[in-house]
Design a protein around this ligand. Structure first.
Ligand code: XMP
Length: 326
């Protein structure tokens, strides 16, 4: 049975020097565990799976096979960044799976939030399983499990946990980050040379934009969520809010309202902005965004995003509102 308690004498990794020491120890341990065998990793592009990938590339190079599933619910530019960083810059063995149509077809007409999560999770395992079956000689499965996942064992790491694989695909687990807290994972990621914007990314739910395109997902509304989210992120970065605000994003409800664009009635969707600060995601406060910035973001979204005629700012702390709307 694997030990799941962080050793009492384990030093907290707070500096590049401590990160390098951890990396050296892990490289030796990973090489000893994996030998000349192959290891598989579902690489979402999130902090944890990216750091695991970077460690394993260093440890065993092309014996690592990364599978990046694009389920169509990622933020703008994310699949491209995964390909650029891992395939082009780190020379990783990366299988890119374009599963956008599959996911969106399965999700068509599914409106209930928990049902949407289940459809996304189940389809993810199915796609990953299909890819795993195409590969030969895999003996290990790497996962970006971190210590809070073990302590909480909540649903938060659903997208990393491919433990739902069928019996004949039960690989031996490789979990090099399982005793690290998030801040330590980030220090290690930086020491491994991953881009800062990947290492210091805000949290992003496993079901991705799927829970921000409220109700039954449609392609046009999903595209509008993706575009408005990209504008929000760009403006937050330009105005010094990236890295300062804990989580920020846009969402679109499934109703329209009357507006006017270029003197013509425009019956279109509203975009809602959410920007919150928290320590542990159990409670959250709303960021006090400067009003002129909100006005500027509103002007950009209503002029640049197709099908949107209003922008609203969610002023609700948690409680009573959760951070996500679904
Ligand atoms: P709530 O909405 O419950 O969110 O206040 C708390 C934090 O959890 C994230 N979240 C999820 N993460 N899968 C995930 O991996 C999910 O289904 C999920 N739902 C919410 C949310 O983004 C926030 O950071």
């Amino acid at each position: 049975m694997s030990n799941n308690v962080r050793p009492a004498n384990m030093e907290r990794i707070t500096t590049p020097a401590l990160a390098n020491k951890f990396i050296e120890e892990q490289l030796a341990a990973l090489r000893a565990q994996i030998g000349n065998k192959k290891v598989l990793l579902a690489l979402s592009g999130g902090v944890d799976s990216s750091v695991v990938a970077a460690l394993l590339i260093k440890a065993v190079g092309k014996q690592l096979v990364c599978v990046h599933v694009n389920h169509g619910l990622l933020r703008k530019g994310e699949p491209e960044q995964v390909i650029k960083v891992f395939r082009e810059e780190m020379n990783a063995n990366l299988v890119y799976v374009d599963a956008v149509d599959r996911f969106l077809d399965k999700l068509a007409g599914v409106a209930e939030p928990e049902r949407k999560r289940k459809v996304i999770g189940a389809e993810f395992i199915r796609v990953f399983e299909e890819e795993a079956r195409k590969l030969e000689g895999i003996e290990f499965l790497a996962q970006g499990t971190i210590y809070p996942d073990i302590l909480e064992s909540g649903p938060v790491k659903a997208h990393h946990n491919v433990g739902g694989l069928p019996e004949d695909l039960k690989f031996e687990l490789v979990e090099p980050l399982k005793f690290l807290f998030k801040d330590e994972v980030r220090v290690v990621g930086e020491a491994l040379g991953l881009p800062k914007n990947m290492v210091y990314r805000q949290p992003f739910p496993g079901p991705g934009l799927g829970v921000r395109c409220l109700g039954a997902i449609t392609r046009d509304r999903l595209e509008a969520v993706r575009e408005s989210d990209a504008i929000l992120r760009e403006e937050f970065a330009k105005n010094g809010l990236e890295g300062k605000v804990w989580q920020y994003f846009t969402l679109i409800p499934d109703f329209k309202s009357t507006g006017v664009k270029e003197n013509v009635r425009a019956y279109e969707w509203p975009v809602i902005i959410r920007a919150v600060n928290t320590k542990d995601a159990m409670t959250a406060t709303v960021e006090d965004i400067p009003f002129p910035l909100l006005q500027h973001i509103t002007a950009r979204i209503t002029s640049e995003v197709k099908g949107v005629n209003r922008v609203l700012y969610d002023l609700t702390p948690k409680p009573t509102g959760t951070i996500e709307w679904e």
